[in-house]
Design a protein around this ligand. Structure first.
Ligand code: F6P
Length: 545
């Protein structure tokens, strides 16, 4: 029996005993439960006391982490080793937010100076655009259009939205989808003589981004003239040669490196639109928040380490308790894109069917979904409260509103009350006896009580975690993002997965390329399954010639 199997067997024995005590009872038995099961880092508080864990659970989970060599895997990642084994690459996103004196090495070479040089290039360019010193054909840039998809879109789009109170630069827009509607709708509101177009693609081959880049270039040319195009486009990529072939000059090209994974890249030049929106100083605060979380993740003991504890609870909920989904519900409108960002971070990272050594994986990552609260309460919370399948929930909430008016304070109080109430309701539930008593007190007849009371029961015992912070400033946002990056890494390390590749997505891309000539009627439909053939033929019949 391997050390991991042994640790899992011990956890299973423990869970079989512990599961009989519902969460509500655990709170009743132990008034100190919150004190024992929350952690803080700086201004961030993470309450996991409403998870189905005890001290023994956390001790056994830490044993599991040690058996899976989490600490060694973490050290390998920080040391720049090729932890992305299927692509032979390091995953050194921590170097992107390191201070100038740090020492992060790839193939024995410290990469921090390269990182700092690109940050300086970004700050000079963003500073020039923001001040108007770098301008378009029609004057200072009023708008920045960022074209990218997946990791080259979701991170910066999420962060730009999250930092809206700090916006003091040009307006920033994001277009990812190859659906032409996305680009057309966005361009409709923009002046081609005062719009800067950023083309963000690690590979500079992604068909969605390259198609949108070509369309945006044509739009600039038509609206601002051929000569203006070079001055109104910039690129963010690892592939300098492909950028040059596209026609963007080296001084307008912002590099990053193949040791930065797409979904971990918002700290790199991919974050240029964030810097355009909030300025280099606030971007530096975002990096500092990420750095604080890195230091904590690298050094804090397992039991007091926030990404470790949350990642281990994720594994526990999935592998031991059997819960295969997780809802992320920010009670923070500015984090409305956070669930979408997390979907890529978690599901592209840990949606894997084999372990690092190519053997079948017992378990992969869970399905993550979410929406801001309170909207989510009026959408999918019914299932969370009473559905047969239990869904663990992560809540995120700020103690303070962005502005300090009486109305904003009241709205924020309502928001917070709703957030805390959901966690309490999920944990406590409402018993049949309680409901029957309340209905009787309200004067309901006996047969009515019999008929209706079962519909009103909430079983409770449903786990959640709450992340609470004073306000969502750039530093806190950096902490939250880095926390989730490391949490995903912890899940992968314990499950034995490679969180840094994404071969499944590649296959779909290549099939789409093969289907394009069929869709366009340039090739005959042969050798395909009957569904694909039937769909192509039906589509051709529907499509206007
Ligand atoms: O969706 C697959 C993927 O490779 C992501 O991992 C990546 O973030 C995205 O495509 C975009 O890739 P690129 O930055 O190379 O255009």
């Amino acid at each position: 029996m391997s050390a991991v199997t042994h640790a899992l067997a011990l956890l299973e024995m423990h869970w079989n005993q512990a599961m009989v005590v519902p969460l509500a009872k655990r709170f009743e038995f132990d008034p100190q439960r919150f004190s024992r099961f929350h952690l803080t880092l700086g201004l961030l508080l993470v309450d996991f006391s409403k998870q189905l864990v005890e001290d023994d659970t956390l001790r056994l989970l830490a044993d599991l982490a040690r058996a899976a060599e989490l600490e060694e895997q973490r050290a390998a990642m920080f040391a720049g080793q090729a932890v992305n084994t299927s692509e032979g690459r390091p995953a050194l996103h921590v170097a992107l937010r390191a201070g100038p004196d740090a020492d992060y090495r790839v193939d024995g070479r410290n990469v921090v100076a390269d990182v700092q040089a690109v940050l300086k290039q970004m700050a000079d360019f963003a500073g020039g655009v923001r001040s108007g010193a770098i301008a378009g054909a029609g004057g200072a840039f009023t708008d920045v259009l960022h074209l990218g998809i997946g990791g080259s879109d979701l991170g910066p789009a999420m962060a730009v939205r999250a930092l809206s109170p700090c916006h003091d630069g040009p307006r920033v827009h994001f277009v990812a989808n190859v659906d032409g509607t996305a680009l057309r709708d966005t361009l409709a509101g923009l002046d081609p003589r005062r719009t800067l177009v950023l083309v963000a693609s690690k590979t500079f081959t992604t068909v969605e981004t390259m198609t949108n880049a070509a369309a945006a270039r044509a739009w600039l040319k038509a609206g601002a003239g051929e000569k203006a195009v070079a001055g109104q486009m910039a690129a963010i990529s690892v592939a300098a040669g492909r950028v040059a072939a596209f026609g963007i000059a080296p001084e307008r090209t912002f590099a990053f490196w193949d040791w930065v994974g797409g979904r971990f890249s918002l700290w790199s030049a991919i974050g240029l639109p964030i810097m355009m929106a909030v300025g280099p100083d606030r971007f530096a605060q975002l990096l500092a928040g990420g750095r604080e979380m890195d230091e904590h993740f690298r050094t804090a003991p397992l039991r007091r380490n926030i990404p470790v504890v949350l990642g281990l609870i994720d594994v526990f909920n999935h592998v031991l308790v059997g819960l295969a989904t997780r809802a992320v519900v920010p009670y923070d409108q500015r984090l409305e894109r956070f669930p979408a960002f997390l979907q890529q971070l978690e599901m592209e990272s840990n949606g894997k069917r084999v372990t690092l050594d190519g053997q079948p994986a017992g378990t992969s990552g869970v399905v993550v979904f979410g929406e801001p609260g309170t909207n989510a309460q009026h959408a999918f919370f019914q299932l969370l409260h009473q559905g047969v399948d239990v869904v663990p929930v992560d809540f995120l909430v700020a103690a303070n509103a962005d502005i300090d008016t009486a109305e904003a304070r009241h709205q924020q109080a309502l928001l917070i009350a709703n957030c805390f109430a959901q966690g309490e309701a999920l944990m406590r539930g409402r018993s049949l006896d309680d409901i029957r008593a309340a209905m009787a007190e309200a004067g309901a007849a006996g047969d009515e009580i019999d008929r209706l009371a079962p519909h009103r029961v909430l079983p409770g015992n449903r786990p959640s975690t709450t992340m609470l912070y004073p306000r969502l400033d750039p530093h806190m946002l950096g902490m939250l993002i880095a926390l989730h990056e490391h949490r995903v890494f912890v899940q992968a390390a314990v499950l034995g997965l490679n969180p840094f590749d994404q071969w499944g997505v590649e296959f779909g891309k290549s099939l789409a390329a093969g289907l394009l000539p069929l869709v366009e009627g340039k090739a005959a439909v042969a050798g395909r399954d009957s569904s694909t053939t039937g769909l192509v033929e039906a589509m051709r019949a529907m499509r206007t010639p």
